[in-house]
Design a protein around this ligand. Structure first.
Ligand SMILES: C[S@@+](CC[C@H](N)C(=O)[O-])C[C@H]1O[C@@H](n2cnc3c(N)ncnc32)[C@H](O)[C@@H]1O
Length: 549
């Protein structure tokens, strides 16, 4: 049969096991508009079935001979006894949305012939601006390949997809995604479920996620984009992840990232639903002037100017900057206690009941496994013992949070001299706990997970900066802590092994003038040295205090 729109890009052909379908007559590149079509019959769910039947009959009567023939040749999964029931069945089997929001549906003589595939190569959309149904190639389509869309939104796991397609359309899908070998199918299901789960988490967080914990929320969008890329899908959900990231960045006054995310959102909208779609136009404009966004500037947390994106970074480095990914340490480098991926503030800790993708990875063989080690650091502001030891802790974001000891000893395992205001607590694998009464905080249960260091958090971070600066060896060269000279033949402090000196005079200068007298004593503690030396980003097994470094 000839295409009713005289579109030579495709033809209506028999497709084994599916009835008719549209098949590409030439190579169709990703982002090409395959069709743009007006409705021939429209229906709304807001009327009685009698009025609906009458309305459809009137519209069918008004069709041209060719249109009516095309309509009557459409698939119908419903039994019928007369013409009115037949028309209704065809409409129910084939109608597509004809409204951005709402339940208006319509028959499009071409678009309604497109069959379903869970790994569809085209994207359908009702374009409210031009009042037409459009279909775009969401990836390159070869000559002779069938054009497919998805009937499901959002895409579910294999079992749920099969169930929904059987119940609503009466067929079992045999697409590439549904025919994957079990292992790959599970992997694909895991990705789709994770995208879906993250959608739920993002919805629940709402504006709180944008304003109170933007970094955590950005991680969710980053994770979704990665999952879409792994799945090889560029669809509406993929575009939405960039939209969300743009809104988050702009609300936090980060115009540099906001512009890039908005550009990416506009570009995905353009390829999937067209440059003249409301979404592509809106996000194109947002990329031009992000400060027009209604939430712009309600937080100043990440303030950047629009042209502040770094130049000259290789692709991976640019993506790390864009998504604010903390870089793991380079091999041989000492730990950076300012790295929020491994030393997060309280707000960025994982919740104890969820599986935060930043901290855990899915495992097919057992429970979720940490992606890396992490340690919460905070300074003791106050403490008291009633039923158990309770501390008030100031974290790296200057937030005050409660730390409650639910160990067997209820905190009595710590010597009183260890528990002092101004000392720093390190809690391994800490999670956010919602206490029945009072503010959220950390519920501490295993004595081997905690260590208190007799120095302030600020001092700990500065000492870590210095150890990184003076202990790190690059091409056999280190820096003298006494005079700052770089050389190969330095001698290390025999007591702490962390600082290096040209000679005795430099060592004396370091000891007396640069505070090493105090630091050396602190650094004798193997747990403190361990904190600096551990490979936090390489998880083999859980670590505990005391460290065995
Ligand atoms: C909207 S119509 C699509 C066009 C239809 N094939 C035709 O000949 O008019 C939907 C119907 O097409 C068939 N169909 C669509 N996708 C299919 C698939 N992946 N496998 C088998 N049948 C499919 C089912 O019978 C479904 O109810």
């Amino acid at each position: 049969m000839q295409s009713t729109a005289d579109n030579s890009m495709y033809a209506l052909q028999d497709v084994p096991g599916k009835g008719k379908g549209l098949v590409a007559m030439e190579k169709i590149s990703k982002g090409t508009r395959i069709l743009s079509e007006e409705a021939v019959i429209t229906v709304t769910g807001q009327v009685s079935s009698e009025r609906l039947r009458t309305s459809i009959c009137q519209q069918v009567e008004a069709l041209s001979q060719r249109q009516r023939q095309a309509f009557l040749s459409m698939h119908n999964i419903h039994p019928y006894r007369n013409a009115a029931e037949q028309y209704l069945g065809i409409v129910q089997t084939n109608s597509l949305p004809a409204e951005a929001v709402g339940d208006k549906g319509a028959i499009f003589l071409e678009a309604c012939r497109i069959n379903h595939a869970c790994d569809n190569n085209a994207q359908k959309n009702w374009n409210e601006k031009i009042k037409r149904h459009t279909v775009y190639a969401s990836r390159d389509i070869n000559k002779g390949e069938e054009i497919t869309i998805t009937y499901l939104s959002p895409l579910k796991n294999r079992k749920a997809r099969q169930k929904a397609l059987q119940e609503s359309f009466g067929f079992a899908c045999l697409c590439r995604l549904c025919s994957l070998p079990p292992e790959q199918s599970q992997e694909s299901d895991r990705r789709l479920e994770e995208i879906h789960r993250l959608d739920g988490v993002i919805d629940r967080l709402g504006t709180e996620g944008i304003l109170v914990s933007p970094l955590r929320t950005l991680r969710y969008f980053d994770q979704q984009v990665r999952l879409y890329n792994e799945q090889g899908r560029e669809d509406v959900g993929f575009a939405q992840a960039f939209v969300n990231a743009a809104q988050l960045a702009i609300a936090n006054s980060d115009l540099a990232r906001g512009r890039i995310f908005a550009e990416r959102a506009a570009s995905v909208w353009k390829t999937t639903i067209g440059g003249d779609s409301k979404q592509a136009i809106k996000h194109g404009a947002l990329a031009q002037d992000s400060s027009k966004y209604e939430l712009y500037g309600i937080s100043m947390k990440w303030k950047t100017k629009v042209d502040e994106a770094p130049r000259g970074l290789e692709l991976g480095g640019f993506e790390d900057w864009l998504w604010k990914r903390e870089k793991p340490n380079h091999p041989g480098q000492l730990a950076d206690l300012r790295n929020r991926a491994t030393f997060p503030g309280f707000i960025n800790l994982p919740g104890e009941n969820g599986v935060d993708p930043e901290f855990y990875e899915n495992s097919d063989t057992g429970p979720y496994r940490p992606r890396h080690h992490w340690c919460f650091l905070g300074e003791i502001v106050d403490f008291a013992t009633l039923h158990h030891l309770e501390m008030e802790i100031m974290d790296v974001d200057d937030g005050k949070i409660p730390l409650h000891f639910y160990t067997d000893g209820r905190g009595s395992e710590l010597a009183p001299a260890q528990v002092q205001r101004g000392y720093t607590v390190a809690v391994l694998y800490a999670t956010r706990h919602v206490f029945k009464f009072g503010e959220p905080g950390i519920r501490h249960e295993d004595p081997r997970m905690i260590k208190i260091f007799p120095l302030s958090l600020h001092k700990l971070l500065v000492l870590n900066d210095q150890v990184q600066q003076f202990s790190t060896e690059l091409d056999g060269i280190r820096m003298c802590h006494g005079c700052g000279k770089k050389a190969k033949s330095l001698q290390r402090c025999g007591k702490c092994s962390s600082f290096w000196y040209c000679d005795r005079a430099c060592q004396v200068a370091g000891w007396n003038e640069k505070g090493h007298k105090v630091d050396c004593k602190l650094l004798k503690d193997p747990d403190l040295r361990g904190l600096f030396a551990l490979k936090w980003d390489e998880f083999d097994n859980y670590i505990r205090f005391p460290f065995n470094v």
